[in-house]
Ligand binder design. Structure first.
Ligand code: NAP
Length: 314
């Protein structure tokens, strides 16, 4: 059952297997992919999809032992080579150490998938930080900036896994000056803020790097039943319960949840849409965005803010 199909030829019921079946196997196998958050949920399914093409894959994971066990299992079933390096996206020092280890591998990246994410959660009183902003956006920004020189000069794609929930951020979009402030903190709005930040950055950076052959995509994977989404539902109170009820008929399998990331990472159609200015995708098709995520002033302010954080973390 493929359900409704959009102009790309894929739709909400397309799985990553449908997308891969549409690719030239030889060129897909030549990819060198780096993915975060591939030890569970949508990320693990996305990793399986890349491995099915025979690509070289590097996994950044905070639980190295678990990631290595998963990598061994996938390597025994496919022709892919999967390397695992430690990466904790809540800590910029870990990102720098990860990049040093990655550079030592001397690989040219064709695809970077910034998938790892934490769902709505209470303010982190121990570190006194809004962890969603740091893990979901800021340290993925740091990671990507530090990797820019590793991108294949023949062309590369960056896929940022965001969420349609970006619509429910704070009224000002990004609450500069109050990001790590527990006053006024709201777990759902903070999660949405981190996903709006990914969307703003995707458009801004995509335009800035187009000439260098680096394409930026933002992906809404759909509503997918994972451990992360189950935790989020519990911690989001009545809003989580409401979204669960309203969204239940639209919940996707993980195979369909990984499809849009794979489409944006590998499919020639996505690259063509991107050249025409489309950067946000859902169900393997371009999707319109709210005005706020096209706010160039807000995007520039965000990128300047993140660049200062990158400098401070060096
Ligand atoms: N599921 C949905 O309905 C849905 C909807 C819209 C968007 N999304 C987005 O899709 C992405 C994947 O979601 P999911 O549902 O698959 O989530 P998940 O099941 O909770 O998996 C999250 C992944 O991110 C990793 N991660 C979390 N914190 C990390 C950190 N500090 N450093 C490194 N890795 C870290 C986790 O590693 P561990 O195994 O070590 O915990 C895990 O591999 C997220 O960005 C999420 O926001 C999901």
């Amino acid at each position: 059952m493929r359900g409704w199909l959009g102009p790309s030829g894929f739709g909400s019921k397309s799985s990553w297997r449908d997308v891969i079946a549409d690719l030239d196997p030889e060129s897909a196998s030549r990819n060198c992919v780096l993915i975060t958050g591939a030890t569970a949920g949508i990320g693990f399914e996305t990793l399986k999809a890349f491995c099915s093409t025979g690509a070289t894959v590097v996994v950044g994971a905070r639980d190295e032992a678990r990631a290595k066990a998963l990598a061994c299992e996938l390597m025994s079933k496919t022709t892919s080579i999967v390397r695992v390096l430690r990466l904790d996206l809540s800590c910029s020092k870990s990102v720098h150490a990860f990049v040093d280890a990655f550079l030592a591998l001397n690989l040219k990246l064709t695809v970077l998938v910034n998938n790892a994410g934490i769902m709505p959660c209470p303010f982190d009183a121990d570190s006194h930080r809004d962890l969603a902003f740091h893990v979901n956006f800021l340290n993925h920004f740091v990671l990507t900036q530090l990797l820019l020189e590793s991108f294949d000069p023949a062309g590369a794609r960056v896929v940022n896994v965001t969420s349609e929930v970006y619509r429910f951020s704070y009224p000002e979009g990004i609450r500069f000056g109050k990001i790590d402030d527990d006053r006024g903190y709201d777990s759902v709005k903070s999660y949405a803020q981190s996903k709006l930040a990914l969307l703003l950055w995707t458009r801004y950076q995509g335009e800035a790097l187009r000439e260098r052959g680096v394409q930026f995509f933002a992906v809404h994977p759909g509503s997918v039943a994972t451990q992360g989404s189950a935790r989020a539902r519990k911690s989001s109170g009545w809003r989580g319960a409401l979204l669960h009820c309203v969204g239940a008929p639209f919940v996707k399998s993980v195979e369909c949840g990984a499809a849009t990331t794979i489409y944006c990472a590998l499919h020639p159609g996505a690259s063509m849409y991107n050249r025409f200015g489309e950067y946000y995708f859902a169900s393997c098709n371009p999707r319109g965005v709210r005005e706020i995520s096209r706010d160039a002033t807000l995007a520039r302010r965000l990128v300047e803010y993140a660049a200062r954080e990158l400098d401070a973390s060096a």
